[in-house]
Design a protein around this ligand. Structure first.
Ligand code: SDX
Length: 426
């Protein structure tokens, strides 16, 4: 196999090194292209561009594979917990029992947020979207924990603070949005049970921890924990490359995830399925709109930049929906509509020809509804799940001795040199 590629331009041939990954992926290293040829590359949306070398997550879009530090996500969903998976992503190895216990204690020790932060919530309009609140509040954490992140020990403290306090901030925003008393984290509860308790416990009706829900939430967050260089992870890396603090970089990731083409799709899927239900289950109109080139409507929860086959996470999510709804005797008409929609789409040439399959967001909202999570908080749930991935990816770039400021080039197509015309002569 050649370990270089040749480019011939204006009669000259240039050799560029080819980099090969542990799973056989190959890339042309173009870091010397401009200096050798005067050329840059152009790749809107970066569909053909690798931004970094990473050892955290591997996806195969053709085979529908997803592995965190080499471990298939199916195995982690079956055997692991979200806390253990977060440790794996951030530290690169599965923890020993002692390491996991110490990590869990650290998460619990850092689960409270400063009382003054509750005042911030009072000033958001009640109808504020929880993603905008979360992004602002995570950024605000820096004001309460201004330590520089220069040494390992401070970085690790910031990491556990972020993992633990972001979950507390999310539950707080829900309680305050409903005008209910804020429920504090409990040190006797593990990560996921603690969140459900903060969300649903109340002085008048104590919340009974439901083991099925806790397991489902662990799996939900494991499935969302990392996903290579997606839009929000790239935002964390790009913002982090300016050497800003980790809270600000994660806040940028939360903002990037909010969009309906990215993490906001889980909320958009439920809104789409609810509309279909309202229109008497009229799926055909939705399919027609999704296929209409002149209609900007997209089938939400379908399609993916990398997966050109079934998203492995969607498979697990769909099975979990069946299992949890059956166990809890919940009959959600939106699940039947989702399955019908999937069946029609997967047998329609437009979706087959475009390699459009359900992605992680297609069924995730059904599961969140069964947990009692309000639709507007679905993307917040995605953000909490993605936190370990964002942090691991930020750490990997910060640990890279060649960590550079991200600053892409462009091809300019605006006016060439133009004279300034004084206002009275225009
Ligand atoms: C996430 O990157 C990640 O890893 C993201 C994520 C993660 O874990 O971080 O997996 C999470 O963001 C999942 C994706 C959630 N978004 C949605 O479900 C929104 C609906 N999906 C689409 O908008 C779309 O599929 C994207 C944005 C996900 C991917 O779009 P691409 O790769 O930019 O592809 P494209 O928009 O260029 O579409 C290619 C073709 C087009 O048709 P042609 O013009 O070539 O004929 O496919 C069509 C599109 O019209 N198409 C769809 C479609 N998605 C693509 N047509 C109808 N419905 C859709 N959903």
């Amino acid at each position: 196999m050649d370990n270089y590629a040749k480019i011939t331009y204006e009669g000259k041939t240039y050799k560029l090194p080819v980099v090969k990954g542990s799973e056989g992926e190959k890339a042309i290293d173009i870091s010397t292209l401009r200096q050798k040829t005067g050329l840059i590359t152009l790749d809107p949306g970066f569909a053909n561009t690798g931004s970094c070398i990473s050892s955290i997550t591997f996806m195969s879009g053709e085979k529908g594979i997803l592995r965190y530090r080499g471990i298939p996500v199916e195995e982690l969903a079956r055997h692991s917990t979200f806390t253990e998976t977060a440790y794996l992503l951030i530290n690169g190895v599965l923890p020993t029992r002692n390491e996991l216990n110490r990590f869990s204690v650290l998460l619990n020790d850092n689960s409270l947020v400063h009382e003054d932060m509750q005042i911030f919530y009072q000033n958001f309009p009640r109808a504020s979207h929880p993603m905008g609140i979360l992004s602002s509040m995570v950024n605000a954490l820096r004001s309460f924990y201004p330590e520089l992140q220069t040494v390992e020990e401070e970085i690790n403290k910031t990491v556990t603070r972020l993992l633990s306090k972001t979950r507390t901030l999310a539950a707080m925003s829900y309680k305050i949005s409903r005008g209910h008393k804020v429920i504090y984290p409990r040190t006797d509860l593990p990560y996921c049970a603690n969140f459900l308790n903060m969300m649903f416990d109340s002085p008048v009706k104590p919340y009974r921890i439901n083991r099925d829900m806790v397991k489902a939430l662990n799996v939900f967050w494991i499935l969302h924990a990392d996903h290579e260089q997606n839009c929000s992870t790239s935002a964390v890396r790009v913002v982090g490359s300016g050497r800003v603090n980790l809270y600000a970089a994660i806040s940028a990731g939360i903002a990037a995830l909010w969009g309906p083409l990215h993490g906001g799709a889980n909320q958009a899927v439920i809104e789409m399925l609810s509309d279909i239900a309202k229109n008497g289950g009229d799926i055909d109109t939705v399919i027609k709109k999704a296929k209409d080139k002149n209609d900007p409507f997209r089938l939400m929860g379908f399609g993916h930049r990398v997966y050109k086959t079934y998203d492995p996470r969607a498979k697990i999510m769909k099975k979990m929906c069946d299992k949890v709804l059956k166990k809890l005797k919940i009959n959600d008409p939106l699940l039947d509509i989702a399955k019908k929609l999937e069946e029609i789409a997967l047998n329609d040439n437009y979706f087959i020809d475009h390699n459009l399959y359900p992605n992680v967001d297609f069924y995730s909202g059904i599961l969140l509804r069964a947990m009692g999570i309000p639709t507007k908080m679905f993307t917040v749930m995605f953000a909490i799940g993605r936190l370990p991935g964002w942090i691991a990816q930020w750490k990997e770039s910060a640990d890279d001795p060649k960590w550079r400021l991200s600053r892409p080039r462009q091809i300019y197509t605006g006016p060439t040199k133009t004279k300034y015309i004084p206002i009275d002569e225009r």
